[in-house]
Design a binder for this molecule. Structure first.
Ligand SMILES: [Fe+2]
Length: 126
């Protein structure tokens, strides 16, 4: 059964969907079952993916790569960053050439989870 806020991915067409109304037995795309994305939380490689929060301008700046910025090239980039609170999913869309970060009008104390999706390395959260 799908659950609220889960993300599902189609390996064939690269469709990525978020559950906004839970309870379906499964999701299908291109005639095959979609895979539920499981977020990674630790990155041992030099290229960092785990979202990092800084308090800034009355909200939070979420960066991908605490010490080194994640690449933002056509073939390899962060597609989105999300901040999840108890009752909201805040979503920032990113494009190649952008900085791998996004500011959200959210208090750090209200953050339940941050997550980002890299088009090559998948879903990461903190
Ligand atoms: Fe990556």
């Amino acid at each position: 059964m799908t659950k609220l806020r889960e993300l599902y991915y189609c390996e064939k067409c690269h469709n990525l969907v978020q559950i906004t109304n839970e309870g379906a037995p499964a999701l299908f795309c291109c005639g095959v079952k979609m895979n539920k994305l499981e977020a990674k939380t630790e990155d041992a490689s030099t290229e960092k993916h785990v979202p990092f929060i800084e308090e800034k301008d009355g909200g939070i700046l979420v960066k991908v790569g605490q010490n080194a910025a994640h690449p933002m090239e056509d073939k390899h980039h962060i597609k989105f960053i999300q901040v999840l609170t108890a009752d909201k999913v805040c979503h920032a869309e990113l494009n190649p050439g952008d900085a791998p970060e996004a500011w959200f009008p959210v208090q750090k104390a209200n953050v339940v989870k941050t997550r980002e999706w890299c088009n090559v390395h998948g879903l990461w959260e903190s």
